[in-house]
Write a protein that binds this ligand. Sequence first.
Ligand SMILES: [Ca+2]
Ligand SMILES: [Ca+2]
Ligand SMILES: [Ca+2]
Length: 281
Amino acid sequence: MKNIFFISFISTFSLIAYSCSEKDDYKSFEKYGASSTSNPYIPDNFTVSGANNTVTITWNHVDDATSYTIFWNTEGGVDTSDNAITSITNDNYTHSNLEDGSRYYYKVAAVSKFYGTSTLSSEASAIISSNIQGSQTYNSHTYAITSSAMNFANAKIQAAALGGYLTTINTKAENTFLTTEFYGTYGAAIWIGANDIETEGTWIWDNGTTSGDNGLTDTICNAPSGDCQPSNATWADGSRKWNNGEPNNAGNEDCANITRSDGTWNDLRCSRTLYGIIEFD
Ligand SMILES: [Ca+2]
Ligand SMILES: [Ca+2]
Ligand SMILES: [Ca+2]
């Protein structure tokens, strides 16, 4: 009898102690955030990269999050009704055993004891395919490099088969990202979408974008001579897009590539075999 009384006393005491501590936590939440903004805990710097049937997902740690939930689908426009991976306690996640040929889209939410699930992060995606590697998201577009070197025509076919195109480089920031990510990793000239295959001296992008579309700085050629040999096209900061003297059509070169670690371009014969950068909207 005495034992039963003692156990029930201890249980009651524990319950009270737990309640008090919960209440104190809640007060602390109220004091430090709850009243100031309804969503203080949206994870930022959300990045997704894919390779070998695996997607690696990272984000910035959120103070006071007890766990994170990742929502994903294969169509885009991710919301909370999509597939959910719950109870993630690290600020990164590896999504494995994914299907070859699919594109995976993700958002992450922080979960806290009192707020529940936060508003979702920005969306990022990665393509899983044995034909590409190093898939990365930058500025809402996804990029990947072909898994082997191939001529320009085959790189273009590969890009189209996956639902993308050989990259249209609109800004110096995009060019720098691609150079760092792909030229830096694969260490040799890499196909981009610019080419003058159809009409010598008239440079276009693989996805059909031509100079100045949508006000973006995607001008390929700015040649005083009219034939774009060489181009004096520059980025917004005045730096050159092409390597000195390029494009020069030496021996009938119609396909552009990032040729140097500074990100400048060169034209080469389209039959050369290089890795190709594929861009996905
Ligand atoms: Ca682009
Ligand atoms: Ca040419
Ligand atoms: Ca050249």
